[in-house]
Design a binder for this molecule. Sequence first.
Ligand SMILES: Nc1ncnc2c1ncn2[C@@H]1O[C@H](COP(=O)(O)OP(=O)(O)OP(=O)(O)O)[C@@H](O)[C@H]1O
Length: 792
Amino acid sequence: MDGERARALLRRMTAGLPEDLNPITHIAQFPARIASFAEWPSWTPPEVVAAFGSAGVERAWTHQIEAAELAHSGHNVVISTGTASGKSLAYQLPVLSSLSEDDRACALYLSPTKALGADQLRSVSSLDVSGVRPASFDGDTPMAERDWVRAHSRWVFTNPDMLHRGILASHARWARFFKRLSYVVVDECHSYRGVFGSHVALLLRRLRRVARHYGASPVFVLASATTAEPAAFASRLIGADCAAVTEDVSPRGPRTIALWEPPLLEDFSGENGAPVRRSAGAEAGRILAELVIEGARSLAFVRSRLGAELTAIGARRILSEVDSSLTPLVAAYRSGYLPEERRALEADLLAGRLLGVATTNALELGVDIAGLDAVVLAGYPGTLASFWQQSGRAGRSGDSALVVFVARDDPLDTYLVHHPAAILERPVETAVLDPANPYVLAPQLACAAAELPLTTGELDAFGGEAAKTVLDALVSDGVLRRRPSGWYWTSRDRPQHEVDIRGSGGEQIAVVEADSGRMLGTVDPGSACFTVHPGAVYLHQGKSYVVDELDFEAGLAMVHAEAPDWNTQPREVVDIAVRKTVLRKDYGGVSVCLGEVAVTSQVVGYLRRRPSGQVLDHVSLDLPEQVLETRAVWYTISPELLEVCGAPGGAGLLPARVPGALHAAEHAAIGLLPLFATCDRWDIGGVSTAWHEDTGEATVFVHDGHPGGAGFADRGFAAVFPWLDATREAIISCECPTGCPSCVQSPKCGNGNDPLDKAGAVAVLDTVLGALRQHGAQAGHGVDQAAEDSTR
Ligand SMILES: Nc1ncnc2c1ncn2[C@@H]1O[C@H](COP(=O)(O)OP(=O)(O)OP(=O)(O)O)[C@@H](O)[C@H]1O
């Protein structure tokens, strides 16, 4: 597909629309890049050169050799280059060379998803270097094969979950492997962020420690999407120095990126009469159908599992009206499907039996699906790294490609489609992780002690003083025992099975069809009240179910097949208490704080809505309260600055307007924080109040959604000025009169988005920004990563 074809496709998608209804807000062309090659290093065994040759790789690109040379000479290295830039070869070359030269050496490969691990195993197996016996060891590996892998495989492909529960927990059974471990490959390492990233960082320290116990000191080779400061991030992730290779010289075809804002719907309005746009998922379904009609192999990335199902249904419905033989060419793909279903879908997409797939980010990472002509992103995927990773799925084989980014009806997406530079010209953010989070450190240290007693000399690797404090607490809770020689795990049970490194908060809830007893999938316990509360509509493989019962004790959500013509949206009430103020800055009537908070929330009911967004009614629920101990950033405003007849430069609001103004400012701020904090709006929450008991003033809180926090609130505090400035900009650049989902309405508001005062929010933000500007705080607080650490 040349650039002209991409533009023709775009014209087809917008044919017949008057100019003022054209959804495309911006088109960017990215030129092609010519490859630069380097010689195979002299240490490469001929067998390995031949293996790459028969896989079609005659010469390596310069960045691949640069990374391989560093690894071969014993340096940990991260290769951080674009999608499809051949990062796999950069680690395969040193690893296969080492395994080929030394017939006892072993290697470990880690990927964040099973799909990627399976794909990389296929790639290494097809190279067929003698004696390597690559094998996967993950949740899908049959029990009968596991002993064989432990005894014979020299390159084991696994994921952090299995490393944690299945390998480190019984390391003695892996003694052969650990003794000879020469390389650890950490693929797609930028995805280790937030709570999961913090767990993986500590897991890798546990891995290095166990390897050391058996006398091995493996070299780490990490692969990452392009990101800012890859060396610093990778060093932080593995807990050791790491060099970086960042210059990408792989060839690339031209790429067309279109930014797309769905039109406002004319026939009806949303909550509180607000104008609503067509949903990004529905729009992506229409675009996907057009692409399939044109024979373009395409992926649509949709933010939620439900969204992926709906987008596939939407595309199929359109195709069935045009030509029913095209309908089977479209499917949905997401985690929560059973492994066999996922493998079959991957194979169909690879073979071209499917042309359009609507997927969650389960297909984002690495899966080498070549020859995609187009990618549609329904909603900003939360980080620029993901944005480029997902768009990079198109045109992998060097062909040109079309990428369409469809904005969701929310403040961040609206901001992005109207400020293309914020998406197309900004460097990719560094992933945020915090291995010092005590909620992560405590279970990880318990696991480490259960693997091998922990000694004082090892504490530095786990955070020094922070680790010592956590260990003391574990001893006084009776979890560990302190002896002169170190800290010991005393129970017979293994702690690894109790520790959930994905941060989803405990055992998954199984979704089961009551009539047949068939398990449809799983959901996180933390989100169960939202997604599978009684009465919730739950979709699986295009079929609709309604939840009858949610039983936390049994870990079950019972459902029955039913397809009502509405969907459901939960409603929640939230309260917040300040436990400790860690940092505070005063700006004359405005203060900005960072600290520890307790957030109490309860799902109290749900709205039933037509697919159009029209609200049918509200149904009450009686579900348990949940308390989250986490971190928050908040600002307070004095009554003088807030209210009418107050200080000059103040917001001048009548008292009755204050709650709506703060509430609207809070929603928009939650929407925009992901631009600065590498998080998803669903990873954070907020509370606003005209008078808060703990601060004694009007306060807007934005808090992390995970126990102990994942560093997001800390980022918000550090970047408070640019963050609130972008928040104000997002509100004023929205054309609606009194607030809509594109600016101040929130999809997960516990109060049905009421009250909301859009103009009041701008006045509040003007006041806060004015106070910060007056005190020279435009650049934020300049709290760098090191300073953030020291606040623990
Ligand atoms: N030197 C090379 N010459 C030609 N083709 C190559 C070379 N190196 C890698 N490739 C091919 O480029 C494609 C992409 O490689 P690979 O999947 O390793 O990229 P990646 O950077 O890991 O991508 P991702 O961003 O998905 O992780 C593969 O089909 C691979 O065979």
